[in-house]
Design a protein around this ligand. Sequence first.
Ligand code: ZN
Ligand code: ZN
Ligand code: FE
Length: 748
Amino acid sequence: MKRAGIRVAGIVQGVGFRPFVYRLAQQYKLNGFVLNDEKGVWIEVEGEAVAITSFVTALSTEKPAMSMIADLQRTSLPVQGEDTFVIKPSPAATQRFAFISPDIATCSDCQHELQNSADRRFGYAFTNCTNCGPRYSIIKDVPYDRPQTTMEPFGMCADCQEEYDIPTDRRFHAQPNACAICGPYYRLLDSKGKEILGADPLKAAHELIKNGAVFAVKGIGGYHLVCDAKSETAVATLRLRKVREDKPFALMCGSLARVEELCFASTKEKELLMGAVAPIVLLKKKNTVDLAQAVAPGNPYLGVMLPYAPVHYLLLEEDDIWVMTSGNTSEEPIAYKDEDALHRLAGIADYFLIHNREIYCRVDDSVVRLFQEEPYLLRRSRGLAPAPIHLGGTGPMVLACGGEAKNTFCLTKGDAAFVSAHIGDLANRETMDSYAEAIEHYGRLFDIKPELVAFDLHPEYLSTKYADGLKLPKIGVQHHHAHIASVLAEHHEREQVIGVAFDGTGYGEDGQLWGGEFLLADCQGYQRLAHCLYLPLPGGEKAVRQPWRQATWVMQELYGKNFREKQTALTESLPNGWELLLQATANGLNAPLTSSAGRLFDTAAALLGIRLYNHYEGQAAIELELAAGGVVGRVLPYEITAGNELDFRPTFAAMIENIHKVSRAELAADFHTTMAAAIHEMVRRLSRLTGVHKVALSGGVFQNMTLLRQVYGGLEKEFTVLLNRQVPPNDGGLALGQAAVARERGRL
Ligand code: ZN
Ligand code: ZN
Ligand code: FE
């Protein structure tokens, strides 16, 4: 006989861990108990030594799908001679526990119940169990118990209570447990918020959507705007009302079969779609299904998801393909409070499908694509946040304020980095208001009182201004250093690497706008070894939305005053005032210098006449990539100056020289391949110079798969290449990098 105490830390509460331990103890004929406490799960078992060892192994190998074990420690205890195994109540929490599960997509057991007319949860839109359902979005405070969630107003009926109380039940201590008798329910409202009584709201909604209506549907983390993706009128109406010109809409398909008719999907991609996170997955379109033109104009990729909440299973039939885009106008944050939604979406939605369970934390859909068969994130939110990212070591508690657009923030404690769900663009008033609230909420949930605050060097970022207002020691982190540090943090990399940060723009230490950077970096610091040649950004910020500006400057730089003789799509369609703009730029008026690689892609797109104006962030670059069609092109000339600056003006010149001879598609491909070749050559040089053979790639430009594939493919033959996998390479990952740098510097 032996007795063992087992400490399990990680995401082990609210995911069916105790019933699992209970069953396992029965199986191995062990006695003792299991309980939740502030550190996770504590187990004491006694029985045959061999049985205990098998039991401990099974804890890890057979753990519930939604759990995550961060640490498992076993200690020997004196035998007490118990004769049963029980689930004990949690001791009064002395300290808050550190892990909260993200929201989990409906599990297959719950799916079956929903669709089984003999089951008491048939057709019930809030069905969940310990293996699935809302978590983070409904938690007001910790410990995670029903009274601390937005399920608090709903008293459980006798049947639900029984499920909740029986240790072996799938709903044992499932905090959001509910049924049609006792739980929340949907209502159908017209565009003015007046309830439409009578019909089953879900059935009526399905009918109306099939007939072309635009709906606002309250879901897990906020409101979606929904319409039939096959209806030209409905999709066009939604675009018009949402004030969204070209940016692709995400879709939800009623079944995997429907996804496969619509898009190419590998085994891995299908796993992602059907998994517990159930994100939007970017998939290549097959062009076999007649979708409305306006879903994703000119884009060969579609953002697709499968139903992940009971309401989706009940609303969509297997054949349905619906637009499912976030409930907001253009750049505003997604609506999640009923009153706000009814107000803000009134001009967009014809009807509202609304429910009476409060969403406490707004959480957008996550967006993922595969790179090298592994997930590569574009937005880390629902299903992923607020699970911790492990840093592989301890350090001070840090608040990292993140960037400006695609903002997330990050709080650290011990080994864990809690990167927030997607917050959005702070320049928006509503977003900024929720930012401070969300930081406080995270601090409460994870019991973190920051000792240090990290922020971007850009003095105008609202996140920087927020940091300014805090009475804490401050650590400013250069934007691209933070991008590279985010990769280092994820990979627990402590050695110096050559960091390639190819990005939009970020504030540089010299006051210029950086964005095509080669850094010798670790989390402690960095040295800027090389960068893309500075070019002016005529008109400053405006040039980001208007790629024709820098492109026109490049034309004049290459061909002088008479550049219009080249007669390209760009020179033929210059807007009024271009001469003044070039003059002002020549005089250094409102023309900051930038080494941004993102702008080079914009400029290439404008030079080729692909896009002169961006209607959404990165549009020109995205369309340039689409034009290239994934093809490997030729390496056009480029130069490396004595000061290690990458000069792509010769590349642009070669493109212009060929513009009337070679197709735009070929030139677009050539530009990507040239960029990849230049990065490769520069990394090789810097590696010889420094003796460093590890390379980290990050920054928004590496969302360009054509570029990433070629850069990665070239570099990995000679170097160890690290990428972001747990946070996006775009500014959504900045906060993690800032936190990693601040922890390292804060150690001194
Ligand atoms: Zn379930
Ligand atoms: Zn009930
Ligand atoms: Fe950036």
